[in-house]
Design a protein around this ligand. Structure first.
Ligand SMILES: Cc1ncc(COP(=O)(O)O)c(C=O)c1O
Length: 387
């Protein structure tokens, strides 16, 4: 949409953001531009596009769209969420220090701890963000980046975005937020003072479990230029087919998130009343320790619910194998309901003792609540819990 347009609601912007109508042909959806190369009109006169690692029209359309939805100035699309995260780390120099929460997506922890400490000599402090004093105490003279994720995967911890952004700003430290679980329909960290938003578009933005991708959006042009130049150097860009699928997925994002969130709330409340569920993690429940912060900074509480099943691996296996509507699979955020076992799936790269310390026990189950009819989801869970 043009600057002159009045401010539309997010559900409208999901459909129109990024001005994707092709000016030359009037095509409402952008073409999937497959060419990797672009002719120069004359010597030393390159056009808008030069080479697909630097830019591609389909990818550009997706980047404009998400930049607008996240209230940023520039978006950059990547081949995966991890490629997007890795590109943010390219901002740092060897020996720089980063602060991150103890419990976030296992793949991010693996990149930070098992790869970048070794290959980039980055230093990390992992702290409990529920007390801002922990974060402040962890700040050192070489701290360059605070990385947060909220709600966190898989325990649905909530981090106060505004307070953490204020702290980062006071110390002149960049702050990046993995907004995968919330999406811009639910929270927009750049509006709360953050510098960088990251997404695994493989999840809700794509929404149909058929495209792997990642995105970063920034609030500052200069930072955007720097990250684009780093992406060009490192090369983890999104391909045009995947960019198209994510762009198409975003058209229904607001509608899907409404249903994901309504279903997740119903499932969480229902589970909380089941004797087989020892504990339910969902920020929408009054008893969630950070419920008030979630209510303040989110528009809804997301579509993921985790719970601790009474019993051990035997009970977990029986439950997982009995489900018929929930599919046992990695990932989350697709239209279909998925069930995951973090200890052996998303967080298997963490040592067992550390998982236990974080609360990622062997009987923790993560549900990505889809957009099916909620009665069918409850009936499925009910049958499986009785196994
Ligand atoms: C919160 C979060 N961030 C990042 C990622 C990584 O994204 P991708 O799998 O697209 O590389 C995931 C994947 O599960 C995730 O859940």
């Amino acid at each position: 949409m043009n600057d002159s347009d009045i401010e539309h609601k997010l559900a409208t912007r999901c459909i129109h953001a990024g001005d994707t109508v092709d000016a030359a042909t009037g095509a409402v959806m952008p073409a999937i531009a497959t060419s990797t190369i672009y002719r120069q009109s004359a010597f030393n006169e390159p056009g808008e596009h030069i080479y697909a690692r630097a830019s591609n029209p389909t990818r550009d359309a997706l980047e404009r769209c998400v930049a607008e939805l996240e209230s940023g100035v520039r978006g950059l699309a990547f081949a995966s969420g991890m490629a997007a995260t890795a590109n943010v780390l390219e901002l740092l120099d060897a020996g720089d220090h980063m602060i991150a929460p103890t419990s976030i997506y296992g793949g991010s922890l693996r990149l930070f701890r098992q790869v970048r400490t070794r290959t980039s000599a980055l230093e990390f402090s992992f702290v409990d963000f529920s007390d801002p004093a922990n974060v402040e105490q962890a700040i050192k003279s070489n701290t360059r980046l605070i990385w947060i994720e909220t709600p966190t995967n898989p325990l649905l911890n909530i981090i106060d975005i505004e307070a953490t952004a204020a702290l980062a700003r006071a110390h002149d430290i960049l702050i990046a937020v993995d907004n995968t679980f919330a999406t811009p329909c639910v929270q927009r960290p750049l509006e709360a003072g953050c510098d960088i938003v990251m997404h695994s578009t493989t999840k809700y933005l794509g929404g149909h479990s058929d495209a792997l991708g990642g995105l970063i959006v920034v609030a500052d042009e200069q930072l955007g230029k720097q990250l684009a130049s780093l992406r060009s150097a490192v090369g983890g860009v999104a391909g045009p087919f995947d960019a198209y699928l994510v762009l198409r997925g975003i058209k229904t994002l607001a509608l899907r998130m409404e249903r994901h969130q309504a279903n997740a709330m119903t499932v969480a409340k229902w589970l909380a009343d089941r004797p087989q569920a020892e504990r339910v993690y969902y920020p929408g429940l009054d008893e969630h320790p950070r419920h008030e912060i979630a209510t303040r900074q989110m528009d809804g509480y997301g579509g993921v619910v985790s719970f601790v099943l009474r019993g051990g691996l035997g009970e977990v296996g029986a439950f997982l194998n009995a489900l018929r509507v929930f599919t046992l699979a990695e990932s989350l955020g697709g239209v279909e309901s998925l069930v995951g076992h973090p200890a052996t799936m998303s967080h298997s790269s963490l040592p067992a003792e550390e998982r236990a310390k974080l609360g990622i026990t062997d009987n923790l189950i993560r549900l990505s609540v889809g957009i099916e009819h909620v009665d069918d989801l409850l009936a499925d869970l009910d049958l499986a819990l009785d196994m």
